[in-house]
Structure formats: structure tokens, C-alpha cells
Design a protein around this ligand. Structure first.
Ligand code: HEC
Length: 204
């Protein structure tokens, strides 16, 4: 009987731990110079496209429908980002993880936290990106992160000085918002570009 309980408990432990990914579960590998060149060039290209397209669309929206309505419709930013990722036709995915998330899909995972902590530390001084290879059975992949900082424009929808109509829209749509009190020049998020191993290896 004791043996059975022990076996059952062992199974339970394995499953209980498997559900919570920890840093030591992530098998990260430093990049060779060739790998680094490839992932950085693709990652930067995609991230820059994301920043430019989002900014252009946001300014056009504010101009045409005003800040509050632009905020109400801004979940389309996710579609814009996904379309850019798809346009590379490499199996690319792009996200914007941040500790100050408004949309819960941007809540950081273990890998994201490592990159965000890097950008928040002195270690990242003069460094424009963070890139690694994740080695996992049948799913080796590369991740590239580029930091994004708070500028004056962002405060219109991400600060305690938002106008009342904007505040109202955001409180309705995002009851668990962590991005409504940001400070100028602070780290806002990282743009995360992920690519399967094949996308980098075949290009070399
Ligand atoms: C018109 C209002 C508005 C402005 C201006 C604005 N944002 Fe946002 N932002 C939003 C909304 C709304 C969301 C949530 C979108 C969603 O549903 O995915 C968001 C989400 C984000 C996210 C995704 C992470 C998260 O919190 O879920 C980032 C990153 C971001 N904004 C950065 C910026 C930056 C940088 C600026 C300034 C250049 C900016 N925003 C300006 C309204 C705005």
C-alpha cells in the first residue's frame, strides 16, 4: 500500500512540476557568430517594421477618430503584428511581453522575464538586443528581443494623466490593466521575435 501511495505521489510531483516552467527547464544556448548575425538581422528587421507600422497606424487613428476611440480599437495592434510575422514566411511569431501588460496575452513567460530583466539591468547598457537559442526536443528555436521605451505620445493612453474619456474606455475594456501609470523613458516592453531552427539554419 505504501509503495502505491509513493508511486502515485511521484507521478503527481512530476506533473505538478511540469506545469510550472522554471528557468532551469529552459535549455538556453549561446549563439555562434553566424547564428547571431542571422537572428539579429531578421529580428531587427521585423521589430523595426512592427514599431514603424504601429506608430503610423496609431497616429492615423488618433487623427481620424480621436484618442479614446483609437484606444478602443487598438486590439487590432495584435493583428498588425501577426501579419508582419506571417509576411516573412519563415514560421515567425512576434509578441510584446512586458511586466506592465494591458492585454493578458503579453504577460511575460520565463524566457521573456530573462530578457526584460536584462534590459532593466546595467548589463544592457549600449546593447540593442537580447538573443538566444532555446534547445528543446523537436522544437529548437531562436528568440530575439528588442526593447521599447515610453515616449511622450504613449502617455496619452498609458499614464495617470490620461483624459477622462480615455480612462473610461480603458477601464471598461481592460479591468486588469498594468500599463496605466507609466513613466517617460521607462522600459515599456520588448518586441519578441521567435523563429524555428530551420529558418536560421537554411539561410546560412
Ligand atoms: C490611443 C491610445 C494608445 C496610445 C497613444 C498608446 N497605446 Fe499602447 N496600448 C493601447 C491599448 C488599448 C493597448 C492594448 C491593446 C490590446 O488589446 O492588445 C496597448 C498595448 C500596448 C502594448 C502591448 C503590451 C500590453 O500592455 O499589453 C505595448 C508594448 C504598447 N501599448 C506600447 C505603447 C507605446 C510604446 C506607445 C507610445 C509610442 C503607446 N503604446 C501608445 C493604447 C495606446
Amino acid at each position: 500500500m505504501k509503495a502505491i501511495i509513493f508511486i502515485l505521489f511521484s507521478f503527481y510531483s512530476v506533473f505538478a512540476f511540469a506545469s510550472e516552467e522554471t528557468l532551469s527547464d529552459l535549455n538556453l544556448v549561446k549563439l555562434t557568430p553566424d547564428e547571431e548575425n542571422s537572428i539579429v538581422s531578421l529580428g531587427k528587421k521585423a521589430s523595426d517594421q512592427v514599431s514603424q507600422k504601429l506608430m503610423k497606424t496609431m497616429l492615423a487613428d488618433i487623427k481620424s477618430v480621436g484618442i479614446a476611440e483609437a484606444a478602443r480599437g487598438w486590439s487590432k495592434s495584435v493583428t498588425i503584428i501577426n501579419d508582419i510575422a506571417d509576411s516573412f514566411e519563415l514560421g515567425m511569431t512576434i509578441r510584446r511581453p512586458t511586466y506592465q501588460y494591458r492585454n493578458p496575452i503579453n504577460k511575460p513567460d520565463t524566457m521573456d522575464k530573462l530578457a526584460l530583466d536584462f534590459f532593466l539591468s546595467d548589463e544592457s547598457e549600449n546593447k540593442q538586443y537580447f538573443a538566444r537559442k532555446i534547445v528543446e526536443k523537436d522544437n529548437n528555436r531562436y528568440v530575439y528581443y528588442q526593447p521599447m521605451y515610453v515616449t511622450q505620445k504613449c502617455l496619452l493612453c498609458h499614464s495617470s494623466n490620461m483624459s477622462e474619456d480615455v480612462k473610461k474606455v480603458l477601464e471598461e475594456k481592460y479591468p486588469d490593466d498594468h500599463s496605466n501609470n507609466l513613466k517617460l523613458a521607462a522600459l515599456r516592453a520588448a518586441i519578441r521575435v521567435e523563429l524555428p531552427e530551420s529558418a536560421i539554419k537554411s539561410g546560412q
